[in-house]
Design a protein around this ligand. Structure first.
Ligand SMILES: *Cc1c(COP(=O)(O)O)cnc(C)c1O
Length: 461
């Protein structure tokens, strides 16, 4: 009989996070101040983020110790299971073996609590009393609300208005953990008031909510801001996922040939594949494992965007990051994978793609929901719309194996459950979803605007 679920003991929760920076094929292009064209001084970042997180952001240390207090909270849901998708394999009649690491078992239901717990802890240690943040689909907001409560600090969360209206239960979830939640654009900040004055019907975006949350943190005492993806320190906290997966594969004497993960900012996928990437560079990997990121055709940052310096937020306030971007003025179409609507991607992931270390694929939401439905009917678990992009890529790969007879071992990250996405599934069943593709012309227009604003954005190596 084949093993269906591979588990680890509590004491096998990793004791260190893995930082990819010393192992990148090239040095990471630093964040740059749009005016001075120099990296911002640490004090600028420390006004926004906890000091220890700024230290981790630029650290060249390969291994960073996980505080016992953080592991203590991790123990609520970690180690997470690695599943063999026997039901899906059978339905596809594929010779491939399919595995998935499941992060939906955390209290907020996704991988995001791996970093929110770490961030809340370091803020608490530095005497911070409140953390502000933005949330799109609500997963990051709920992860932060949960983590802040675990360490007895407050949270104030700016939720993209369209999600606030479409996903009221996510707001209630955050409120259960004691968070204050605002629909963004809000009247709480100067930037929000300005946007509302120009367009009272603005339904918000992630970039806009970031601007509001940062303004709130900067204008209040003992208040800092936290980000749920994109930045180095966030990605490295997620490596508990990949480190556990490595041990789980070791336990069954297996190793993946290919790893798929969806990308919004790139944190969940990086958390899974970085430890495998490290095995490769350290020449410890038993075989050549491929890494493939999956994004929506409605927000195709890597497949259609440009690799250049851009702002992380609509207000163009943050330091610029070198990344594949659709332009910070990107207004996402209202697709259901709310967590995958950010205009850029993590600079580390973008560099790895540029250097040919990580592949990329894009799918539209109709084919993604078809894949999600097939997964639910064969594996039982209801996936979030975001990781369903990775499910679609996995199914395609398994079908390719069926044609060629290859017995590949496929691993994908099921980074969250879809229990709060019933509206999306209902719309899919009713045939209301459209296979949206973001037009290339819109990207070019945004790039023209950016080059007018910051003439060197495209020219810095
Ligand atoms: C936030 C989120 C994403 C996208 O963010 P990444 O940083 O790319 O992981 C994807 N899936 C789920 C379930 C999320 O909560």
């Amino acid at each position: 009989m084949s093993t269906r679920k591979i588990l680890l003991e509590e004491e096998e929760i990793p004791k260190q996070w893995y930082n990819i920076q010393p192992d990148l094929p090239k040095p990471l292009p630093p964040p740059l101040d749009p005016k001075t064209r120099a990296p911002p001084a640490p004090e600028v970042l420390e006004a926004v983020f906890a000091k220890e997180l700024v230290r981790q952001e630029v650290s060249q240390e390969r291994w960073i110790k996980i505080p016992e207090e953080v592991r203590e909270i991790y123990r609520i849901w970690r180690p997470t299971p690695l599943y063999r998708a026997l039901g899906l394999e059978k339905a596809l009649k594929t010779p491939a073996k399919i595995y998935y690491k499941y992060e939906g078992v955390s209290p907020p239901g996704s991988h995001k609590s791996n970093t929110s717990v770490a961030q809340a802890y370091f803020n608490m240690k530095e005497g911070i009393e409140c953390i502000t943040t933005e949330t799109g689909a609500g997963q990051w907001g709920s992860a932060l609300a949960f983590a802040c409560k675990m360490f007895g600090i407050k949270s104030r969360i700016y939720m993209v208005k369209v999600s606030y209206q479409q996903k009221p239960y996510r707001r209630v979830l955050m409120e259960n953990w004691g968070a204050e939640v605002f629909a963004s654009p809000s009247n709480n900040t100067e930037f929000g008031r300005k946007v509302l004055a120009e367009d009272p019907n603005n339904t918000g975006s992630l970039g806009l909510a970031i601007s509001e949350a940062m303004e709130d943190a900067l204008s209040n005492n003992a208040t800092k801001y936290a980000l749920g993806s994109v930045l180095n320190h966030v990605l490295l906290h997620q490596t508990v996922v990949g480190q556990e997966a490595l041990k789980q594969f070791e336990q069954i004497d297996e190793y993946p040939d290919i790893i798929f993960g969806c990308i919004g900012g790139g944190s969940s996928f990086s958390g899974l594949f970085w430890p495998f990437y490290y095995e490769k560079v350290a020449k410890k990997a038993p075989k050549n494992c491929e890494f493939v990121a999956v994004e929506p055709t409605a927000c195709p940052s890597i497949t259609k965007g440009k690799y250049m310096y851009d702002f992380p937020d609509v207000a163009a306030s943050g330091p610029m990051l070198k990344m594949y971007t659709l332009g910070h003025t990107f207004i996402p179409p209202p697709i259901h994978a709310g967590g995958l609507r950010y205009h850029g991607k993590a600079p580390t992931l973008c560099l790895l793609h540029k250097e040919g270390k990580v592949g990329v694929k894009a799918y539209n939401q109709v084919e993604v929901f078809e894949a999600a439905t097939m997964f639910t009917k064969t594996e039982g678990i209801i996936p979030a719309p975001e990781p369903s992009h990775a499910i679609k890529a996995t199914i395609d790969e398994a079908l390719k194996c069926k044609k060629t007879g290859e017995k590949k071992t496929i691993l994908f990250l099921l980074c969250g459950h879809g229990h709060f996405d019933m509206q999306a599934f209902d719309d899919f069943h009713a045939g209301k979803l459209v296979p949206y593709e973001y037009p290339k012309e819109k990207v070019e227009e945004a790039m023209r605007q950016l080059k007018e604003m910051v003439p060197w954005a495209n020219s810095v190596e």
